[in-house]
Design a protein around this ligand. Structure first.
Ligand SMILES: [Fe+2]
Length: 162
């Protein structure tokens, strides 16, 4: 194999799921199904050797199918102390809304669910305002019940491919 040659076209791949670690699986599944409007498809409580190596202490995983993707919500035993503070993590996940109006609907939905008091939020911070840049791209950020950051964006057709 000539390792100095360019790698050529990449094989096909697409996003399959986002894995979300939570301290409270019931709370997390409730919020993800209610907020993203999805359903809990299946749960697992036995795991392969590889999964147990990658996620020490994993006890239960539920897949929620919603918003054009799958969320793999999982929890670990209390004995797991968590990652080293310097461990690299993905910083946020961005979901697209089809219209600027739907973007605002997502923000209002977040606020409505928060105000319901039905969920425990690790970081009870409100979503940011919707900001609109010079190209008409609008976005806001909001945290899930675990404190993980989501961005919602609407990219108008004329701003696509910037
Ligand atoms: Fe982003």
């Amino acid at each position: 194999m000539d390792e100095s040659a360019p790698p050529g076209p990449a094989p096909r791949a697409a996003l399959h799921h986002l894995a979300v670690e939570t301290a409270d699986l019931d709370n997390c599944v409730a919020w993800y199904t209610d907020f993203f409007g999805g359903t809990a498809a299946w749960s697992l409580d036995t795991f392969s050797e590889l999964t147990r190596q990658r996620l020490p202490g994993i006890t239960r995983l539920t897949e929620v199918v919603a918003a054009g993707t799958r969320f793999h919500l999982f929890t670990r035993s209390a004995a797991y102390a968590g990652p080293h503070p310097d461990t690299l993590q993905f910083q946020h996940v961005c979901m697209t809304a089809a219209t600027a109006g739907e973007l605002r609907s997502w923000r209002e939905r977040w606020q409505r669910l928060f105000a319901s008091g039905r969920y425990v939020f690790a970081r009870p911070e409100p979503p940011t305002d919707v900001v609109v840049d010079a190209d008409g791209v609008s976005s806001f950020y909001a945290l899930d019940v675990n404190g993980l950051e989501y961005e919602f964006t609407h990219i108008p057709a004329e701003a696509e491919g910037r």
